[in-house]
Design a protein around this ligand. Structure first.
Ligand code: AGP
Length: 606
C-alpha cells in the first residue's frame, strides 16, 4: 500500500526520508519518489521498483533541502512507472497522496481548460494543479481548504510549496495520517511505524483535518480552517529491532514465532492465579448485548468466520459475519443490542474502517481486534482487544491470524461465562486446555520435511481444493488463500458437505485436494466427503490429528497428523501445515514471499 513521509527540519532531509521510506516497504509498493525544496526550487526524483533504485540515483545522493516529502506507491490509477510515481509537482507545489480521488476525471477537464498541463495518468495530479490554481488568488490555508472541499474520495496528503520554504501541509480524509515531533524537526507519516525510528511522540489527524508543519511547531485545523488542539501520544516502544534474524523470510520467522505470540496473547488475558479471563474496561453490560456481528477482510474475515463457530458453541448469542467491502454498502437494520466486532491486523484496512465508521454513525457498540493499537480502527472503536503479536511484516498473514482467533476464542469464552451460557467447570476446563496451546503449536511446527516434499504437487496442478466442515471450514478457506497469495495458483476453500452440489465436477484424475478432518464431531462425515473425491481421482492430502484409531479410508495420497487437543483448539493446529504448504510452494517457485505480487500489507484504499 502507498506510504507517505514528510520532514521539516533544521538539517538536510533527503537521506532520512529515504531510510524512512524503507520502513514502509512492508506495505507493498511498485514505485517511489522524493521531493525537497532548495534554492527556491522544488527538486523531484522518482523511480520504478524499490526504494533502493531511488537511493542509487545520484540526483538523490546530492539532494539538498531541509524540507521534503517522500512516497512509496501501490498503483491504483496509472501503470506503475516513474512518471506515475509520487510526488507529483507543478512549479509551485509538490504533493504525495494515499487514497483515491473519485472525481479526478471531471477536475482534470476543468484544469486542462484552465491551461494546466498534466504529465501522469494519476488521480493525484489533479490535487497539484488545483492547489496551484487556487494559489493564484488565495493564501496557502484558503487554497488548501478550497482544494480539499472539491475532492471526492479518500486522501492522506503531504504538500510542500515553492513560495513557502518554512512549512509543509498534511491533510486527511479516509486514509490515515500521523504527525511526529522531533528535536528541531517535525514529521508527517502514513503510519506511526514509519515515524517510530525518528520519534515516539505522535498525533493523529482525523478525517477532514489538516495541519501546518514547521520545523519548530505544528498547527492543526478542522475542515473549516478553525485552529484545533491535538493530543500528543507517546508510542509504545518496541524493544527488539524487528528483522529476519537467521530466517530467509519474515513469513518463515512469523510462522515459527507463533508459540511465543500465542503465549503473549494468553498471558495478556488469562489470569492463572484467579483462573479467570481479564477483559479490562469492558464498556457495556453483558445483558445489553444480544447479538454479535463480526466484520473483516481476507484473512481477518476468516478469523471472523472461525469466531462465529466458537461464539455459537460457547454462548447463546446470535452471531453473524460479514466481509467489510460488502457490509459497508448494504442497507442495514441496525439494532441497538448488537455488538460489532472489527477484526484487522493493521487496523488501517479502508473497507473495515468504513464499516466501523458506518456503525459508529448509527450509534452501534463497536469493538476492534487489532495488532497495531495505535491504528485508526483501534483509535476509533469504543473498545479494543489487542492481539499482541508484535510487528507482522509478511504480507501473507500468519501469526496475526492465530492471534486474532485466539483473542476471539478467549472473548467468546468470557462472554459465555458471564452470560451463564457455559458452566464454570466447563469454562475452567477450556481455560486449562488453552494453556497447552503454545506447546501443541510448537510440536506441530516440526512437521516440516513432509510438507516440503508435498508442496510441488500443488505448484504443478492447475488448481486445488481445500475442504473442511464445522470448525475446519474457516481454516480450509484460510489455507486456500495462503496458497493463492503466495504461489499464484488457483486454490478454493469449500465446505466439504457442499462438494456434491456442484464443485465435485471439478475433480479429475490427480487433482490435489486438502481435506481437513480432525477427530472432531464432524470427522466421520468429512471422511465420507473425502471418499467422494478420491473415487473421482483426487490426490487427497488428509490433515488430521494424532489418534490411536486408524483413518477409515484407503487411497489417501498423503496424511499429515497434527497434535491432538480439545476440539476447540484443533483449528489452531490445522492452520500450521497449511501455512507451511503455501510457504514451501512459493519458495520452490522463487517468488517474493514477503511481498507477493499485486498485494499490500495494509489495503488503505477500497
Ligand atoms: C492476509 O494473508 C492477506 N494479506 C489479507 O487478506 C489481509 O488479511 C487483509 O487485507 C486484511 O488486512 P487487515 O487484517 O490488516 O485488516
Amino acid at each position: 500500500m502507498c506510504g507517505i513521509i514528510g520532514i521539516n527540519s533544521n538539517k538536510p532531509v533527503s537521506s532520512t526520508i529515504i531510510s524512512s521510506l524503507k520502513k514502509l516497504e512492508y506495505r507493498g509498493y511498485d514505485s517511489a519518489g522524493i521531493a525537497t525544496l532548495s534554492n527556491g526550487l522544488i527538486n523531484e526524483v522518482k523511480s520504478e521498483g524499490r526504494v533502493d533504485n531511488l537511493e542509487k540515483n545520484n540526483l538523490v545522493q546530492n539532494m539538498e533541502g531541509t524540507i521534503g516529502i517522500g512516497h512509496v506507491r501501490w498503483a491504483t490509477h496509472g501503470i506503475p512507472n516513474s512518471i506515475n510515481a509520487h510526488p507529483h509537482s507543478s512549479q509551485n507545489v509538490s504533493v504525495v497522496h494515499n487514497g483515491i480521488i473519485e472525481n479526478s476525471t471531471i477536475l482534470k477537464k476543468f484544469l486542462v481548460g484552465k491551461g494546466h498541463k498534466f504529465k501522469s495518468q494519476t488521480d493525484t495530479e489533479v490535487i497539484v494543479h488545483l492547489i496551484t490554481e487556487h494559489l493564484k488568488s488565495e493564501n496557502v490555508i484558503n487554497s488548501i481548504k478550497k482544494t480539499l472541499k472539491l475532492l471526492h474520495g479518500s486522501f492522506a496528503l503531504g504538500i510542500i510549496f515553492k513560495e513557502q520554504p518554512d512549512l509543509m501541509i498534511g491533510a486527511r480524509r479516509g486514509s490515515p495520517l500521523a504527525v511526529g515531533y522531533g528535536p528541531g524537526e517535525n514529521y508527517l507519516g502514513s503510519d506511526s511505524y514509519a515515524l517510530k525510528s525518528m520519534t515516539n511522540k505522535i498525533s493523529y489527524l482525523n478525517d477532514g483535518e489538516f495541519c501546518i508543519i514547521k520545523k519548530d511547531q505544528v498547527e492543526f485545523y478542522d475542515e473549516d480552517g478553525k485552529k484545533i488542539n491535538k493530543k500528543v501520544l507517546e508510542l509504545t516502544s518496541e524493544d527488539q529491532k524487528y528483522d529476519k534474524g537467521d530466517y530467509k523470510h519474515f513469513m518463515a520467522k512469523e510462522i515459527e514465532e507463533q508459540p511465543l505470540t500465542l503465549k503473549n496473547g494468553i498471558n495478556e488475558y488469562i489470569d492463572n492465579s484467579n483462573k479467570n479471563i481479564n477483559i479490562y474496561n469492558f464498556p457495556w453490560k453483558v445483558e445489553d448485548i444480544t447479538s454479535i456481528k463480526l466484520i473483516g477482510c481476507g484473512t481477518a474475515y476468516h478469523s471472523c468466520l472461525m469466531a462465529k463457530y466458537w461464539f455459537e458453541q460457547l454462548t447463546s448469542l446470535d452471531v453473524n459475519v460479514d466481509i467489510a467491502s460488502e457490509f459497508r454498502y448494504r442497507n442495514h437494520r441496525f439494532k441497538e443490542k448488537t455488538l460489532y466486532i472489527f477484526v484487522s491486523q493493521s487496523g488501517e484496512t479502508a473497507d473495515t474502517y468504513a464499516a466501523l465508521d458506518l456503525c459508529k454513525k448509527n450509534g452501534m457498540k463497536t469493538c476492534s481486534v487489532v495488532n497495531i493499537i495505535e491504528s485508526s480502527i483501534a483509535r476509533d472503536s469504543e473498545f479494543v482487544l489487542p492481539i499482541h503479536c508484535g510487528t507482522e511484516i509478511g504480507v501473507a498473514s500468519t501469526k496475526a491470524f492465530l492471534g486474532q482467533i485466539l483473542i476471539l476464542y478467549i472473548f467468546a469464552l468470557k462472554l459465555g461465562l458471564l452470560r451463564k451460557d457455559i458452566e464454570n467447570e466447563v469454562f475452567l476446563q477450556k481455560l486449562n486446555d488453552l494453556k497447552s496451546l503454545p506447546e501443541l503449536v510448537e510440536k506441530t511446527l516440526k512437521i516440516d520435511n513432509k510438507i516440503q516434499a508435498i508442496s510441488n504437487t500443488f505448484n504443478e496442478a492447475k488448481g486445488s481444493m481445500f475442504l473442511g466442515r464445522g470448525f475446519s471450514y474457516p481454516i480450509a478457506l484460510e489455507g486456500a488463500l495462503k496458497l493463492k497469495e503466495l504461489s499464484y495458483v488457483h486454490a478454493e476453500g469449500y465446505p466439504a458437505g457442499e462438494m456434491k452440489h456442484g464443485p465435485l465436477a471439478l475433480i479429475e484424475e490427480g487433482m490435489p485436494v486438502v481435506v481437513l478432518a480432525p477427530r472432531d464431531s464432524y470427522y466421520k462425515k468429512t471422511i465420507s466427503n473425502m471418499q467422494e473425491v478420491i473415487a473421482r481421482g483426487a490426490k487427497v492430502l488428509l490433515i488430521t490429528n494424532k489418534s490411536k484409531d486408524e483413518v477409515l479410508s484407503e487411497n489417501i495420497w498423503e496424511t499429515i497428523e497434527v497434535e491432538s487437543a480439545n476440539e476447540d483448539l484443533l483449528p489452531f493446529l490445522l492452520t500450521i501445515p497449511l501455512q507451511k504448504l503455501a510457504y514451501y510452494s512459493a519458495l520452490k517457485k522463487g517468488y517474493d514471499i514477503d511481498k507477493p505480487r499485486n498485494l499490500a500489507k495494509s489495503v488503505t484504499v477500497e
